[in-house]
Design a protein. Structure first.
Length: 220
C-alpha cells in the first residue's frame, strides 16, 4: 500500500465505526483529506450523541499525524463537480452523482500527484474506473434510458488523473496479511477477516457478498 493516500470520508467512517481507524497508523500510512471531509468526519459528528465516539477516534489520528488536511484549488473542485454531475442524464435532466467532498478529494489527487484514493462509495469508484458500466447500472436502477455525454466524460478524464481506488476492505486485507487484525482482535484465522469484511459492508463499504467470499478464499 502506498505510504501517502488521499481519502474520502466514507472509508474513514467505515473503519472508525468498526473500531478499526487505528489500523491506518499501524500500517504506516499517511492520509490526506480536505477541510470539508474533516468537517464530515470530525467537526459535525462531534456534536452528535450517536457519532461523537467515532469522531474522537478519528480526531486522534489527526493529533498523531496519521491524517492531515490539505485544501485543493476551489476552481478545480468546481470543475470536477459540475463535469461529473453532467455526464449522465435522463431526458433533459442531469443525474447528480457525486457531492462536494468527493469532488474535492478527486481534485486533491490531481494537485498532490497521488495515485491512490481511499473511498467506499460505489458511484465515484465506477465513474473513475468504468464509466460505461456505471451507465448500465444507472439504467437498471432508474428503469429509464440514461444517456452518457462522452464529451463531458472526456473532460472529466482530462481533469482527474489516472488513479487507483481502494476501499476500507482493501485496508482490512493488508492489515490481515500483516497480522494486525489478529493482534488487535486476539483471534486468528479466516473467520476474523470474514467478520471484519461483513462489518465493513454493513457500515457502507461497497463490497459484494461474492467479493467477500473470494477475498476469504484467497487469503485463508
Amino acid at each position: 500500500m502506498d505510504k501517502t493516500i488521499v481519502a474520502d470520508s466514507s472509508s474513514i467512517i467505515s473503519l472508525a465505526v468498526n473500531c478499526m481507524s487505528s489500523v491506518l497508523g499501524e500500517l504506516g500510512v499517511k492520509v490526506v483529506v480536505t477541510g470539508e471531509i474533516y468537517d464530515e468526519i470530525v467537526s459535525r459528528p462531534m456534536n452528535s450523541k450517536r457519532y461523537s465516539l467515532e469522531s474522537l477516534r478519528i480526531r486522534k489520528l489527526f493529533s498523531e499525524g496519521v491524517i492531515s488536511v490539505v485544501e485543493p484549488d476551489p476552481f478545480v473542485v468546481k470543475d470536477i463537480l459540475e463535469t461529473s454531475n453532467s455526464i449522465y442524464r435522463i431526458g433533459r435532466h442531469n443525474l447528480r452523482l457525486i457531492h462536494g467532498g468527493e469532488a474535492a478529494a478527486l481534485a486533491l489527487m490531481k494537485e498532490e500527484s497521488r495515485e491512490v484514493l481511499l473511498i467506499d462509495e460505489r458511484t465515484t469508484r465506477m465513474l473513475v474506473e468504468d464509466a460505461e458500466e456505471l451507465c448500465k447500472v444507472l439504467c437498471d436502477q432508474t428503469a429509464y434510458r440514461v444517456v452518457m455525454d462522452t464529451e463531458r466524460l472526456g473532460h472529466f478524464r482530462s481533469i482527474v488523473p489516472d488513479i487507483k481506488i481502494i476501499r476500507s476492505s482493501e485496508v482490512a486485507a493488508v492489515a490481515y496479511e500483516k497480522g494486525i487484525l489478529s493482534r488487535n482482535l486476539g483471534s486468528k484465522g479466516k473467520e476474523v477477516f470474514a467478520s471484519v469484511l461483513y462489518a465493513l459492508k454493513f457500515s457502507g463499504c461497497a463490497i459484494s457478498w461474492q467479493e467477500i467470499e473470494d477475498y476469504v478464499r484467497a487469503l485463508s
